[in-house]
Ligand binder design. Structure first.
Ligand code: PGA
Length: 247
């Protein structure tokens, strides 16, 4: 399976930063050293700009969220068809920061994923336990609840990506151990088989949480790890590229 290396820029940077980062990535893409599929998810105001900058490169564009409805009276929200219209092919959904900051529930995340699919986008559905949940031995139960609740049932598996992001590893410099990652990813694969059937073998399951150039190769070589969702390190073109090269 071709790895997917996705950069989540979160709420960082202004016009000049977005331009410079996109230009840096496009220049590195020109060197053609990564066989992975590459994706960047800039903040909404810069999607159009980054789309223009990346035109002609192999780097795909994604949103960081979308609404569950295709249009309508939802002030401040962005619809999946708008993301598609502006050149996105992916959208990150149910990131733990949205679950925490905006109280997003599994039901809402599933609605967003259905809307994304209907618009022709590939949803990247994020799941992950908190440190407290892991310490209480609940990690796999939390993951199971989130996967079953957030992933639309009976969908075409090749149009789905799931990202495992332990909340305690995001932006902290701590990563899950390879053994923990394999355990959770294997469980996610098993759960997906129950939801979408044998096609689940072709769902890419990304790891996210402090992925850096110096730990990417080890994490990406583990069973059932089909790519990475990269936050902080995706804000430096060289670092993102180093991660992409290790896939
Ligand atoms: P991080 O973020 O790489 O900065 O830990 C990952 C994410 O939240 O997607």
């Amino acid at each position: 399976m071709r790895a997917l290396i996705a950069g989540n820029w979160k709420m960082n940077g202004l016009t000049e930063d977005a331009k410079a980062l996109a230009a840096g990535l496009k220049a590195l893409d020109g060197q053609g050293e990564s066989s992975a599929e590459l994706l960047v998810c800039p903040p909404f105001p810069y999607l159009g700009l980054v789309a223009q900058q990346l035109a002609g490169s192999r780097i795909a564009l994604g949103g960081q969220d979308c609404h569950g409805a295709a249009a309508g009276a939802h002030t401040g929200d962005t619809a999946a068809p708008m993301l598609r219209d502006i050149g996105c092919s992916y959208v990150i959904l149910g990131h733990s920061e949205r679950r925490a900051d905006h109280g997003e529930t599994d039901v809402q995340v599933r609605g967003k994923a259905e809307s994304a699919l209907a618009a022709g986008l590939v949803p990247i559905v994020c799941v992950g336990e908190t440190e407290q949940e892991r310490n209480a031995g609940q990690a796999l139960n939390v993951i199971a609840r989130q996967v079953k609740g957030s992933v639309p049932a009976g969908m075409e598996a090749e149009r789905l990506v799931v990202a495992y992001e332990p909340v305690w590893a995001i932006g902290t410099g701590r990563t899950a151990t390879p053994a923990d990652v394999v355990e959770v990813h294997t469980e996610i694969r098993r759960l997906l088989v129950g939801l979408v059937g044998e096609g689940a073998q072709s769902v890419r399951i990304l790891y996210g949480g402090s992925v850096k150039p110096d730990n990417a190769a080890e994490l990406l070589s583990q069973a059932n790890v089909d790519g990475a969702l990269v936050g902080g390190a995706s804000l430096k073109a060289e670092d993102f590229w180093a991660i992409a090269r290790s896939a």
